[in-house]
Design a protein. Structure first.
Length: 113
């Protein structure tokens, strides 16, 4: 019998077509998660926390099932949004870092401007 060792990145991002590994307990990669509107992220987080609390508490089976349905619905809402949202080109993405001197330094496509 071969025993499989589990690694930190055994799960892939749940967004369609994304093969980015994510850690256990995460649903989306960083890029997809932060491309969701704040309202959807808050709903997903609250539903997931409620589902985890229901698993550990003295919640009735019916209540636990209701909470799990809400969590699945929040997750599906996020997937539907990602499916319908227009993609952002890499050229449009920029990063601003703060140099040791305190001034802002801009990077686009991994190159300093």
């Amino acid at each position: 019998m071969i025993r499989r060792t589990f690694h930190k990145h055994d799960v892939l991002c749940a967004a369609e077509g994304c093969d980015v590994p994510v850690g256990r307990g995460h649903m989306f990669c960083k890029g997809h998660y932060f491309s969701l509107p704040q309202e959807l992220r808050d709903q997903l987080w609250a539903a997931w926390r409620a589902a985890m609390a229901a698993r550990r508490g003295t919640t009735t089976i019916a209540e636990q099932a209701r909470i799990n349905r809400e969590c699945r619905q929040a997750f599906q809402n996020c997937r539907d949004y990602l499916r319908s949202a227009p993609t952002t080109s890499a050229a449009a993405m920029a990063t601003v870092a703060i140099a040791a001197s305190g001034e802002q330094v801009r990077f686009v496509n991994g190159r300093r401007l």
